[in-house]
Ligand binder design. Structure first.
Ligand code: NAP
Length: 259
Protein backbone atom coordinates (compact mmCIF):
# COMPACT_ATOMS: atom_id res chain seq x y z
CA UNK A 1 0.00 0.00 0.00
CA UNK A 2 1.29 3.48 -0.88
CA UNK A 3 1.03 5.47 2.34
CA UNK A 4 0.85 8.72 0.35
CA UNK A 5 3.39 10.57 2.51
CA UNK A 6 6.49 10.52 0.27
CA UNK A 7 8.32 13.86 0.55
CA UNK A 8 6.76 14.83 3.87
CA UNK A 9 8.90 15.67 6.92
CA UNK A 10 8.70 13.90 10.28
CA UNK A 11 10.19 14.47 13.70
CA UNK A 12 10.62 11.20 15.61
CA UNK A 13 12.01 11.67 19.11
CA UNK A 14 14.03 9.04 21.03
CA UNK A 15 14.63 7.15 17.80
CA UNK A 16 18.15 5.71 17.76
CA UNK A 17 16.91 2.30 18.96
CA UNK A 18 13.84 0.27 19.78
CA UNK A 19 10.30 1.37 18.99
CA UNK A 20 11.28 4.95 18.04
CA UNK A 21 13.75 3.59 15.52
CA UNK A 22 11.10 1.16 14.22
CA UNK A 23 8.76 4.12 13.58
CA UNK A 24 11.53 6.19 11.97
CA UNK A 25 12.47 3.28 9.71
CA UNK A 26 8.90 2.64 8.54
CA UNK A 27 8.46 6.35 7.77
CA UNK A 28 11.79 6.42 5.91
CA UNK A 29 10.63 3.39 3.89
CA UNK A 30 7.54 5.42 2.94
CA UNK A 31 9.78 8.21 1.60
CA UNK A 32 9.52 10.60 4.56
CA UNK A 33 12.47 12.89 5.42
CA UNK A 34 13.35 12.68 9.10
CA UNK A 35 14.73 14.54 12.07
CA UNK A 36 15.55 12.09 14.87
CA UNK A 37 17.03 12.54 18.32
CA UNK A 38 18.49 10.55 21.21
CA UNK A 39 20.97 11.31 24.01
CA UNK A 40 23.75 8.95 22.88
CA UNK A 41 25.54 10.22 19.78
CA UNK A 42 27.07 7.00 18.40
CA UNK A 43 23.86 4.96 18.02
CA UNK A 44 21.95 8.01 16.77
CA UNK A 45 24.44 8.86 14.03
CA UNK A 46 24.62 5.17 13.02
CA UNK A 47 20.82 4.94 12.76
CA UNK A 48 20.62 8.18 10.77
CA UNK A 49 23.18 7.05 8.21
CA UNK A 50 21.68 3.53 7.93
CA UNK A 51 18.20 4.93 7.28
CA UNK A 52 19.31 7.57 4.78
CA UNK A 53 21.50 5.09 2.87
CA UNK A 54 18.85 2.36 2.81
CA UNK A 55 15.84 4.49 1.91
CA UNK A 56 17.35 7.51 0.12
CA UNK A 57 15.69 10.05 2.42
CA UNK A 58 17.23 12.90 4.39
CA UNK A 59 17.78 12.00 8.06
CA UNK A 60 19.05 14.72 10.44
CA UNK A 61 20.29 13.44 13.81
CA UNK A 62 20.19 15.83 16.79
CA UNK A 63 21.87 14.69 20.00
CA UNK A 64 19.44 15.79 22.70
CA UNK A 65 17.62 14.72 25.84
CA UNK A 66 14.09 15.41 24.64
CA UNK A 67 12.85 15.86 28.22
CA UNK A 68 15.12 18.90 28.69
CA UNK A 69 13.48 22.16 27.52
CA UNK A 70 16.66 23.70 26.09
CA UNK A 71 17.62 20.55 24.20
CA UNK A 72 14.03 20.18 22.98
CA UNK A 73 14.16 23.71 21.53
CA UNK A 74 17.25 22.69 19.51
CA UNK A 75 15.45 19.63 18.18
CA UNK A 76 12.41 21.67 17.19
CA UNK A 77 14.58 24.28 15.50
CA UNK A 78 16.36 21.59 13.46
CA UNK A 79 13.02 20.02 12.55
CA UNK A 80 11.36 23.22 11.33
CA UNK A 81 7.86 22.82 9.84
CA UNK A 82 7.06 19.14 10.34
CA UNK A 83 4.09 17.31 8.82
CA UNK A 84 4.41 14.30 11.11
CA UNK A 85 5.37 14.09 14.80
CA UNK A 86 6.08 10.83 16.60
CA UNK A 87 6.70 11.42 20.31
CA UNK A 88 8.74 8.98 22.36
CA UNK A 89 11.09 9.03 25.36
CA UNK A 90 12.51 6.43 27.71
CA UNK A 91 10.07 4.87 30.15
CA UNK A 92 10.24 5.45 33.92
CA UNK A 93 11.97 2.88 36.14
CA UNK A 94 9.97 0.03 37.66
CA UNK A 95 9.24 -0.08 41.40
CA UNK A 96 6.53 -0.28 44.01
CA UNK A 97 3.75 2.28 44.52
CA UNK A 98 5.03 3.26 47.94
CA UNK A 99 8.63 3.83 46.69
CA UNK A 100 8.19 7.05 44.77
CA UNK A 101 8.48 10.60 46.03
CA UNK A 102 7.50 13.89 44.42
CA UNK A 103 10.75 14.15 42.42
CA UNK A 104 10.21 10.68 40.91
CA UNK A 105 6.71 11.68 39.83
CA UNK A 106 7.89 15.01 38.40
CA UNK A 107 10.58 13.21 36.34
CA UNK A 108 8.02 10.72 34.99
CA UNK A 109 5.50 13.47 34.23
CA UNK A 110 8.19 15.51 32.48
CA UNK A 111 9.32 12.61 30.29
CA UNK A 112 6.07 10.84 29.49
CA UNK A 113 3.40 13.54 29.72
CA UNK A 114 4.72 17.13 29.58
CA UNK A 115 7.37 16.48 26.90
CA UNK A 116 4.95 15.04 24.32
CA UNK A 117 2.48 17.81 25.17
CA UNK A 118 5.18 20.48 24.60
CA UNK A 119 6.15 18.84 21.29
CA UNK A 120 2.52 18.90 20.14
CA UNK A 121 2.07 22.50 21.24
CA UNK A 122 5.15 23.44 19.20
CA UNK A 123 4.26 21.59 15.98
CA UNK A 124 0.49 21.19 15.70
CA UNK A 125 -0.29 24.91 15.08
CA UNK A 126 1.87 24.78 11.90
CA UNK A 127 0.17 21.56 10.78
CA UNK A 128 -3.24 23.23 11.27
CA UNK A 129 -2.17 26.28 9.25
CA UNK A 130 -0.99 24.03 6.41
CA UNK A 131 -4.16 21.91 6.66
CA UNK A 132 -2.51 18.52 7.19
CA UNK A 133 -0.68 16.76 9.98
CA UNK A 134 -0.26 13.53 11.88
CA UNK A 135 0.83 12.92 15.47
CA UNK A 136 1.46 9.52 17.01
CA UNK A 137 2.41 9.40 20.68
CA UNK A 138 4.13 6.20 21.80
CA UNK A 139 2.52 5.54 25.19
CA UNK A 140 1.97 2.08 26.69
CA UNK A 141 -0.57 -0.69 27.17
CA UNK A 142 -0.37 0.42 30.81
CA UNK A 143 -2.92 3.17 30.06
CA UNK A 144 -5.58 0.51 29.37
CA UNK A 145 -4.62 -1.87 32.18
CA UNK A 146 -2.11 -0.86 34.85
CA UNK A 147 1.17 -2.76 35.13
CA UNK A 148 1.93 -3.34 38.84
CA UNK A 149 5.63 -2.48 38.69
CA UNK A 150 5.20 0.49 36.34
CA UNK A 151 3.17 2.84 38.51
CA UNK A 152 5.09 5.90 37.31
CA UNK A 153 4.29 4.97 33.71
CA UNK A 154 0.64 4.17 34.54
CA UNK A 155 0.31 7.62 36.10
CA UNK A 156 2.16 9.87 33.66
CA UNK A 157 0.88 8.27 30.47
CA UNK A 158 -2.75 8.39 31.53
CA UNK A 159 -2.34 12.16 31.94
CA UNK A 160 -1.08 12.38 28.35
CA UNK A 161 -3.97 10.19 27.22
CA UNK A 162 -6.46 12.65 28.72
CA UNK A 163 -4.75 15.59 27.00
CA UNK A 164 -4.83 13.83 23.62
CA UNK A 165 -8.47 12.79 23.99
CA UNK A 166 -9.53 16.42 24.35
CA UNK A 167 -7.04 17.99 21.95
CA UNK A 168 -7.35 15.55 19.04
CA UNK A 169 -10.99 16.50 18.58
CA UNK A 170 -10.21 20.23 18.61
CA UNK A 171 -7.64 20.06 15.81
CA UNK A 172 -9.15 17.35 13.59
CA UNK A 173 -11.15 19.90 11.58
CA UNK A 174 -7.87 21.35 10.29
CA UNK A 175 -6.66 18.04 8.87
CA UNK A 176 -4.56 17.02 11.87
CA UNK A 177 -4.97 13.49 13.25
CA UNK A 178 -3.55 12.82 16.71
CA UNK A 179 -3.54 9.27 18.07
CA UNK A 180 -1.67 7.22 20.65
CA UNK A 181 0.00 3.89 19.91
CA UNK A 182 0.17 1.63 22.97
CA UNK A 183 2.96 -0.96 22.99
CA UNK A 184 2.68 -4.14 24.95
CA UNK A 185 5.91 -6.08 25.37
CA UNK A 186 8.29 -5.64 22.43
CA UNK A 187 11.76 -7.09 21.93
CA UNK A 188 13.85 -3.97 22.65
CA UNK A 189 16.49 -3.00 25.22
CA UNK A 190 13.64 -1.86 27.48
CA UNK A 191 12.12 -5.37 27.39
CA UNK A 192 15.50 -6.90 28.25
CA UNK A 193 15.79 -4.51 31.23
CA UNK A 194 12.31 -5.50 32.43
CA UNK A 195 13.13 -9.23 31.99
CA UNK A 196 16.18 -8.60 34.17
CA UNK A 197 14.02 -6.76 36.72
CA UNK A 198 11.72 -9.79 36.99
CA UNK A 199 14.75 -12.10 37.21
CA UNK A 200 16.23 -10.04 40.05
CA UNK A 201 12.91 -10.03 41.92
CA UNK A 202 12.14 -13.74 41.55
CA UNK A 203 15.50 -15.49 41.28
CA UNK A 204 14.63 -16.74 37.79
CA UNK A 205 17.26 -16.54 35.05
CA UNK A 206 16.69 -13.72 32.51
CA UNK A 207 15.74 -16.39 29.90
CA UNK A 208 13.17 -17.93 32.28
CA UNK A 209 11.83 -14.47 33.08
CA UNK A 210 11.45 -13.80 29.34
CA UNK A 211 9.63 -17.11 28.80
CA UNK A 212 7.33 -16.32 31.73
CA UNK A 213 6.50 -12.91 30.25
CA UNK A 214 6.02 -14.36 26.73
CA UNK A 215 3.53 -16.85 28.15
CA UNK A 216 1.30 -13.92 29.20
CA UNK A 217 0.88 -12.85 25.55
CA UNK A 218 -1.71 -14.69 23.40
CA UNK A 219 0.67 -14.66 20.38
CA UNK A 220 3.32 -16.23 22.69
CA UNK A 221 6.15 -13.91 21.70
CA UNK A 222 7.30 -10.33 22.05
CA UNK A 223 6.38 -7.84 19.33
CA UNK A 224 9.00 -6.44 16.98
CA UNK A 225 10.00 -2.84 16.38
CA UNK A 226 9.30 -3.39 12.67
CA UNK A 227 5.66 -4.42 13.33
CA UNK A 228 5.22 -1.48 15.66
CA UNK A 229 6.80 0.94 13.17
CA UNK A 230 4.56 -0.24 10.33
CA UNK A 231 1.47 0.41 12.45
CA UNK A 232 2.79 3.86 13.34
CA UNK A 233 3.49 4.67 9.67
CA UNK A 234 -0.08 3.68 8.75
CA UNK A 235 -1.42 6.06 11.42
CA UNK A 236 0.77 8.77 9.82
CA UNK A 237 -0.49 7.97 6.33
CA UNK A 238 -3.08 9.71 4.15
CA UNK A 239 -5.39 6.75 4.84
CA UNK A 240 -5.67 7.44 8.57
CA UNK A 241 -7.35 10.87 8.46
CA UNK A 242 -10.60 9.51 9.95
CA UNK A 243 -8.86 7.92 12.95
CA UNK A 244 -8.89 10.61 15.64
CA UNK A 245 -7.95 10.54 19.32
CA UNK A 246 -7.68 6.75 19.47
CA UNK A 247 -5.53 4.53 21.68
CA UNK A 248 -4.36 1.67 19.49
CA UNK A 249 -3.05 -1.36 21.38
CA UNK A 250 -0.15 -3.24 19.81
CA UNK A 251 0.24 -5.94 22.47
CA UNK A 252 -0.28 -9.36 20.90
CA UNK A 253 -3.65 -9.58 22.66
CA UNK A 254 -2.11 -9.37 26.12
CA UNK A 255 -4.54 -6.78 27.51
CA UNK A 256 -7.68 -8.79 28.26
CA UNK A 257 -10.44 -6.45 27.10
CA UNK A 258 -13.74 -6.81 25.22
CA UNK A 259 -13.56 -3.34 23.61
P1 NAP B 1 14.56 1.46 24.24
O1 NAP B 1 14.77 0.25 23.41
O2 NAP B 1 15.20 1.56 25.56
O3 NAP B 1 14.94 2.73 23.31
C1 NAP B 1 14.79 3.97 23.77
C2 NAP B 1 15.26 4.96 22.72
O4 NAP B 1 14.94 6.24 23.18
C3 NAP B 1 16.77 4.97 22.50
O5 NAP B 1 17.04 5.39 21.19
C4 NAP B 1 17.23 6.00 23.50
O6 NAP B 1 18.50 6.52 23.15
C5 NAP B 1 16.13 7.02 23.36
N1 NAP B 1 15.86 7.83 24.54
C6 NAP B 1 15.53 7.40 25.78
N2 NAP B 1 15.35 8.44 26.59
C7 NAP B 1 15.55 9.56 25.84
C8 NAP B 1 15.52 10.94 26.12
N3 NAP B 1 15.23 11.40 27.35
N4 NAP B 1 15.77 11.82 25.12
C9 NAP B 1 16.06 11.37 23.88
N5 NAP B 1 16.12 10.07 23.56
C10 NAP B 1 15.87 9.18 24.54
O7 NAP B 1 13.00 1.66 24.56
P2 NAP B 1 11.74 1.07 23.76
O8 NAP B 1 11.49 -0.31 24.20
O9 NAP B 1 11.87 1.38 22.32
O10 NAP B 1 10.56 1.93 24.42
C11 NAP B 1 10.13 3.17 23.89
C12 NAP B 1 9.01 3.68 24.79
O11 NAP B 1 7.92 2.75 24.78
C13 NAP B 1 9.44 3.84 26.25
O12 NAP B 1 8.81 4.97 26.80
C14 NAP B 1 8.90 2.59 26.89
O13 NAP B 1 8.64 2.75 28.27
C15 NAP B 1 7.62 2.37 26.11
N6 NAP B 1 7.19 0.98 26.17
C16 NAP B 1 8.00 -0.01 25.72
C17 NAP B 1 7.57 -1.32 25.80
C18 NAP B 1 8.46 -2.45 25.34
O14 NAP B 1 8.14 -3.61 25.62
N7 NAP B 1 9.54 -2.22 24.65
C19 NAP B 1 6.30 -1.62 26.32
C20 NAP B 1 5.49 -0.57 26.75
C21 NAP B 1 5.95 0.72 26.68
P3 NAP B 1 19.48 7.18 24.29
O15 NAP B 1 19.46 6.25 25.45
O16 NAP B 1 20.80 7.27 23.59
O17 NAP B 1 18.89 8.51 24.58
Amino acid sequence: MDLGIRGKTALVTAASKGLGRGCAEALAAAGVDLVICARGEAALVKTASELSETYGVSVTPVVADITDATARARVLEAAGAVDILVTNAGGPPPGVWSDWDRDDFIRALDANMLTPIALMQATVPGMMERGWGRVVNITSASVRAPVDVLGLSNTARTGLTGFVAGTARQVAGKGVAINNLLPGIHATDRAVALDQGLADKTGLSPEEAKRQREATIPVQRYGTAAEFGATCAFLCSVHAGFIIGQNILADGGATNLTI
